[in-house]
Design a protein around this ligand. Structure first.
Ligand SMILES: Cc1cc2nc3c(=O)[nH]c(=O)nc-3n(C[C@H](O)[C@H](O)[C@H](O)COP(=O)(O)OP(=O)(O)OC[C@H]3O[C@@H](n4cnc5c(N)ncnc54)[C@H](O)[C@@H]3O)c2cc1C
Length: 452
């Protein structure tokens, strides 16, 4: 056990004040941490000052799938009460807000005024701090880069230096370390974000089916020139006969028509694990493909169903049963796309298919942060119900393909990659070490840099 961890155990009786803040995949299970819930920055500064070395980690809305937002047997700083909007310039769309403000909050306040997020992931239930710390990407990566590309300045609260203001001009190295910095450089107290103008809440959307990987690449390349948003759903049971549907769209000029947001159902409890099996997932995928492949032409859809289809079922993560689930998101350089059929063949052979197979062609913008995940290539994300060693074995077999093809895994989705795969994914991670706040650590970071 490292000396810092021993110090933490000695100074605090964590058992007396633990809480179970989970990650979205609900795996790893049964992790505990002492949770601080500051509402003001001076409270936060006091927490940082009093903490032992390597004991703390900020926590947003827990939408990371694995353990990058967990700090088992140590401490979490729940940032959700640090959620004030601090300023907005109506002429430029520059927003200053605290790190705990959610994307749903920003949309709720600013979309009616004609402003939208510059980049958004597939859920609006993430915080600004969490989105910066994972440098999240969206369906417009090919033309807009990552969320970090639209952050102009941020205020970082550090245990040793107090509030450090950083931007591309001021403390630029600290800025690059904090974007995609996994919460390890300090707590993002506030950030300046450039919103983008929109006419209204509508998207002009289209669907296009494809039946091969080269078909996807062609379609995606052509679409990227005309559509701000492109992303594909993939039938991962199709094995080497890859097929899927490309979703593409632009913000619509429609401004008069009102959008009525529907409050979706909530999954009330864990579904039984047997419900998701190779037959039910295969049948779902087949019906889904046929239903969407038949649709032609452009339709006007609300931003909510275009960007956040999964948010319409609250707590959908309970779908995977008590053991939780894992997401596998990799990126493979385009020169090695032959790896995709191999990945899909291994998944099909395992019988552990996933409803949610997402494929996207990343753009070539240089990374905004030192540890940003997006890079030129194709990224694939798949969900798998956790079935113990069988699931972990499949993932190790996918890792072999990713490693061989010079690819990388996304920390925000990961709960089990090895230190070797982390090293291969982020070969320059050691240059990030000097920027870590001495009071910060995470379950993910210890796992990938210290090993089991
Ligand atoms: C349905 C769904 C779809 C998704 N789609 C995408 C996608 O398309 N693209 C994508 O990139 N990601 C996607 N994600 C992942 C998600 O966007 C990221 O994991 C995001 O970082 C979660 O934000 P959060 O506020 O929940 O942060 P958490 O998950 O709680 O924490 C994430 C990281 O941020 C750090 N952190 C949180 N707050 C602060 C703060 N104030 N200061 C410093 N560090 C902080 C934490 O320490 C941790 O390292 C998706 C997740 C879900 C559930």
């Amino acid at each position: 056990m490292p000396a810092e961890a021993a110090a933490i155990g000695r100074k605090r009786s964590l058992a007396a004040s633990t809480d179970r803040l989970a990650s979205w995949g609900r795996y790893p299970k049964g992790t505990h941490a002492h949770v601080h819930k500051p509402a003001w920055n001076d409270e936060l500064a006091g927490i940082l000052k009093a903490a032992p070395p390597a004991s703390l980690l900020p926590y947003g809305l827990g939408r990371s799938y694995g353990d990058s937002c967990l700090n088992t047997d140590r401490e979490l700083v729940d940032c959700r009460r640090l959620n004030r909007i601090l300023g907005f310039d109506e002429s430029t769309g520059m927003l200053r807000c605290e790190g705990g403000v959610s994307f749903a909050d920003i949309i709720g306040v600013f979309l009616p005024k004609g402003w939208f997020l510059p980049v958004t992931p597939g859920t609006q239930f993430v915080t600004v701090g969490g989105a910066i710390a994972n440098d999240v990407h969206g369906k417009n990566h090919h033309c807009a880069g990552t969320f970090g590309d639209h952050v102009h300045q941020l205020g970082l609260l550090r245990s040793n230096d107090g509030l450090v203001v950083c931007s591309r001009e001021e403390n630029p190295q600290m800025f690059r370390a904090t974007i995609g910095g996994l919460g390890l450089t300090g707590v993002i107290a506030w950030a300046d974000i450039q919103l983008r103008r929109v006419a209204g809440p509508w998207i002009d959307a289209e669907l296009a089916p494809f039946q091969s990987l080269s078909g996807f690449v062609d379609l995606s390349q052509k679409s990227n020139g005309h559509f701000e948003y492109t992303v594909a759903w993939l039938d991962c049971f199709a094995g080497r006969n890859l097929r899927g549907i490309l979703f593409r769209g632009n913000h619509s000029a429609e401004s008069a028509k009102k959008l009525r947001l529907k409050r979706g159902p909530k999954l009330p409890f864990n579904l039984p694990a047997w419900l998701l099996n190779r037959y039910s997932v295969r049948a779902f995928n087949s019906v889904y493909y046929r239903a969407h492949a038949a649709k032609k032409g452009s339709t006007l859809v609300g931003y909510d169903s275009f960007f956040y289809p999964l948010d319409s079922v609250r707590q959908w993560n309970l779908l995977y049963g008590k053991q939780g689930f894992l997401q596998y998101q990799c990126v493979i350089p385009e020169s090695n796309v032959d790896a995709f059929p191999e990945l899909l063949a291994r998944i099909a052979r395992s019988g552990m298919g996933s409803f949610l197979g997402v494929l996207k062609q990343f753009g070539s913008a240089p990374p905004a942060g030192m540890l940003s995940f997006p890079r030129p290539g194709l990224t694939l994300a798949l969900d798998f119900a956790m079935r113990g060693e069988r699931t972990l074995q499949l993932m190790r077999s996918l890792d072999d393909v990713v490693l061989r093809s010079g690819g990388a895994l996304y920390p925000a989705k990961d709960a089990r990659m090895s230190p070797a795969l982390f090293e291969a994914s982020f070969p320059r991670w050691r240059s990030f070490l000097p920027w870590i706040d001495p009071k910060m650590s995470s379950s993910f970071w210890r796992r990938v840099t210290e090993g089991p």
